[in-house]
Write a protein that binds this ligand. Sequence first.
Ligand code: DGL
Length: 300
Amino acid sequence: MFHGAEPRPRWSVAGRWTGCYCPRVAGSNARPIGVFDSGLGGLTVARAIAARLPSERIVYLGDTARVPYGTRSAETVLRYAQACGARLAERDIKLLVVACNTVSAVALDTLRVQLDVPVLGVVTPGARAGVAASRAGRLGVLATAGTIASGAYPRAVASLDSRVEVFARPAPLFVPLAEEGWVDGEVPRLVARRYLAPLVEDGVDALVLGCTHYPLLAPVIAEVAAELVGPALRIVDSAEATAEELAGLLDARGLSAPADASRVAPLSILVTDRPADFASPASRFLGQPVETLPVEQIDL
Ligand code: DGL
């Protein structure tokens, strides 16, 4: 018996046929949303989801053993992403959010074929919000080297509005700065100035922060941008854009958590290395103390 939408083929991660797909038969809408990232930076996305959808349970996987992904080849990122997706699929998730921009840029199509749950990345929501924010049709994107090399943002923007021109540049130093908690003061200001100056020359009027880590530096980026061009540059956080798109997707697929679920649903966290070193960076990315959250170390 099928409920709701047209049933579609259901395949296991190993590529085997496993029967027919039906969310309500497969489990209740109280199942968690899986969220994964190369490390802890994706907690900025989990935070945006928790703020937008407080009844949704989240199981977060940070591949802390192999972070960073942004400097690696697309082939390696794809392999890592498949392992993360497969591991979360074992946790009875109802939907997967790929919080990592680098993974979203190179592995989304493969994950969609492999997994039998809807898969949402962060690139298209970020691109959509960027297109909406740019009045001049000149959109800047800062992201990891891997995301920029993939051309994912220009492709996503072109599919949304071919009149918008994209100026995409790597901003790799923002990642260690965010990890270290160096998000204000002289050093991040100098780095932000270096990364923003060419985009200002390109005449962008909106800027997508296309990396999990960059929202932590948003205040300093906004400050430097205001110095260089005044308040005219609009800054778009792809984490918030993704949470908004997720809300629409859950609703459209009939997957929203039941209204009687607890108001602040639990977040459980899996890491692949150093759970003991997790609390301080995780608290920064999540924007709240994490000492009480369950953290489990897993192997991929
Ligand atoms: N999570 C990555 C991203 O959003 C940044 C960190 C990394 O390089 O792994 O692209």
